[in-house]
Design a protein around this ligand. Structure first.
Ligand code: ZN
Length: 191
């Protein structure tokens, strides 16, 4: 893996890899694909490192981490939404006030394009056990050619009202979604 990183000429990409590997625990192929997707999305949106971004990841696997550590789109700061769709795809926009219109880009690792790289495709489709260093070096040489993107006009959703209530059962405070008097934990126990 070190050899691969040393061969990357772009110092920005090398620094991205180091940050992601340390945050994620190691450099997985999915996390590396996330770096490429982030860079492609920023290029398409004309976004710089100073722009605050919002991302929707369509899988819990690997992809969220590069966006959290490199773009500051975290679950805790609501810069990230994760859909459990099991897809290697993300949609990126600049952060904007609720109700406003924003340009977004959806980037996906495209199986119709990875098929040109049989070993990468085998990793993607999980038909063979392809080591990360091999899949990543293919991704490096393939670059943007294995991704497909689409520009979207999106509207930033309104923020839901945030009311705090004291649960009628456990007496702990919780964020109400509607008018419910019990927290979700107590509600699930009482059903
Ligand atoms: Zn409760």
């Amino acid at each position: 893996m070190e050899e691969i990183i040393e061969n990357i000429a772009d110092p920005e990409m090398r620094s991205q890899i180091e940050k992601v590997a340390s945050f994620h625990g190691y450099l997985s192929t999915g996390a590396f694909a996330g770096i490429q997707m982030l860079n492609l999305a920023k290029k398409v949106l004309g976004a710089s490192n100073k722009d605050r971004l919002f991302v929707t990841c369509e899988t819990y696997n690997c992809l969220p981490d590069p966006f959290q550590v490199l773009a500051g789109c975290t679950i805790g700061n609501k810069g990230m939404k994760i859909l459990d769709h099991g897809k290697m795809a993300v949609t990126v926009t600049r952060r904007a006030p609720a109700g406003s219109k924003v340009k977004g880009v959806r980037v996906m690792l495209d199986p119709a394009k990875t098929v040109r790289y049989p070993r990468l495709h085998a990793w993607f489709m999980k038909t063979k056990n392809v080591p990360h260093h091999e899949a990543i070096s293919i991704l490096i040489s393939a670059g943007e050619s294995v991704y497909t993107y689409k520009i979207l006009d999106l509207e930033v959703p309104e923020k839901p009202r945030k009311e705090i209530a004291i649960c009628g059962c456990c007496k702990e405070s919780f964020v109400q979604k509607g008018e419910e008097m019990l927290c979700i934990a107590c509600l699930e126990h009482s059903l």
